[in-house]
Design a protein around this ligand. Structure first.
Ligand code: GLN
Length: 383
């Protein structure tokens, strides 16, 4: 018999994405649950990875990331956000955005520190805080527009508050931060000891010509921020698990201490390929429109279904309400829809620690046209 473990994460089960994807496979359902594109990524990027491997670039790159990749990221950040970020000391390539978030939290948090988190939140945040012995202070976003109540944030701040976690464009809600949010944030954090963890993995997936309110735009916020990004989300290769973190040099030194003895360095051929591919600025500047067309197409199809759709201003996701035709819990409803109607979604209650259930499910619309059509056809029959 193996020795027992007193769980460090007693309140954590298997992530909802794995649960719903497995259920989708089991029931041969269209998977609009887990957020991943089902269409091919760019050929040229694949070719560049192959080329790098064939040319023998198969050994470790620098632990902080392949320098030409960090350099082109720094140029990109300067051109988009007018921020001067030093590629040597302020950018680290990571195995994905989730890892970057975990590493940032682990670099900063000590037992008893408080972290303000807005719910619904991406499901890794709370366990990532708790495994460090820190305390998540959970604030609800305002239903149904999922905006932040800054008055509540003000009241939640204590001398132990160490971090505020932000996520824009937001997973699962599709909401985005506004300039007003940034002004409120500044009022609360400037001159304090509070860090910002900004999850910006959907940076370019923003719609209707809205402006992404990156922490990189605001020097006074950037000086207290860890900003986390994902190449997988932007280049449609979520399985590559590669991303990066931007932070000022001093906090980044601590981040790298954690990173070097965890992953050490990331996949080299992909970094070499991305460094070259990032020269194509039109790829990411047109991404918002590309995904917006998918949102609009999905919305037009969903008009024929009984769901009441929410707004989505960014990300791969949109929420659908069903409370007007079913009283089931979100989990029961999502399971039934997968089993009986052949469409998987994600119950939004999975993004709340207390299981808040507003009778909404999350759909991923970053899919092929045929996939969305097939799903909508089935969703028409849901009662
Ligand atoms: N980020 C993706 C989503 O929200 C899933 C990532 C994962 O499965 N861990 O669906």
């Amino acid at each position: 018999m193996s020795p027992a473990i007193l769980s460090k994460l007693p309140n954590t089960g298997t992530t909802i994405f794995t649960v719903m994807s497995a259920l989708a496979v089991e029931h041969n359902a269209v998977n609009l649950g887990q957020g991943f594109p089902d269409f091919p990524m760019h050929d040229e990027l694949i070719a560049r990875v192959n080329e790098a491997m064939l040319k023998g670039f198969n050994q470790y790159v620098h632990m902080n990331g392949y320098m030409p990749l960090r350099e082109i990221l720094s140029e990109k950040i300067f051109s988009l956000y007018a921020a001067g970020v030093n590629p040597d000391t302020e950018i680290t390539i990571t195995p994905g955005g989730t890892y970057a978030i975990y590493t940032a939290l682990t670099s900063v948090l000590r037992p008893g520190d408080e972290v303000i988190v807005f719910q619904p939140c991406y499901d890794s945040y709370i366990p990532n805080i708790e495994i460090n012995g820190a305390v998540p202070v959970l604030l609800p976003l305002h239903f149904p527009d999922y905006s932040i109540n800054w008055n509540a944030v003000r009241k939640a701040i204590t001398p132990r508050t160490r971090m505020i976690m932000l996520n824009s464009p937001n997973n699962p809600t599709g909401a985005i931060l506004s300039e007003r949010d940034i002004a409120e944030l500044k009022k609360l954090v400037l001159g304090t000891n509070i860090f910002i963890l900004s999850d910006e993995v959907y940076e370019h997936v923003i719609f209707d010509d809205r402006k992404h309110q990156s922490m990189l735009r605001y020097p006074e916020l950037l000086e207290r921020s860890f900003v986390c990004f994902s190449f997988g989300k932007i280049y449609h290769c979520t399985g590559w698990k590669i991303g990066y973190c931007v932070a000022p040099a001093a906090p980044m030194r601590e981040f790298r201490k954690v990173h070097q003895f965890n992953c050490f360095s990331c996949d080299s051929p992909k970094q070499i390929a991305l460094a070259k591919f990032l020269e194509k600025t039109e790829y990411y500047t047109s991404l918002g429109n590309f995904v917006q067309q998918k949102r609009d197409f999905f919305l037009s199809l969903m008009k024929e279904t009984p769901f009441r759709m929410h707004d989505s201003f960014g990300s791969y996701f949109i929420l659908g309400s069903y409370g007007h035709f079913s009283n089931e819990s979100e989990m029961d409803f999502a399971v039934r829809m997968t089993k009986d109607h052949g469409v998987a979604s994600i119950p939004v209650s999975a993004f709340y620690r207390d299981g808040t259930d507003n009778k909404v499910v999350r759909f991923c619309f970053c899919k092929k046209k045929e996939t969305l059509e097939r799903a909508a056809e089935k969703l028409r029959k849901v009662r």
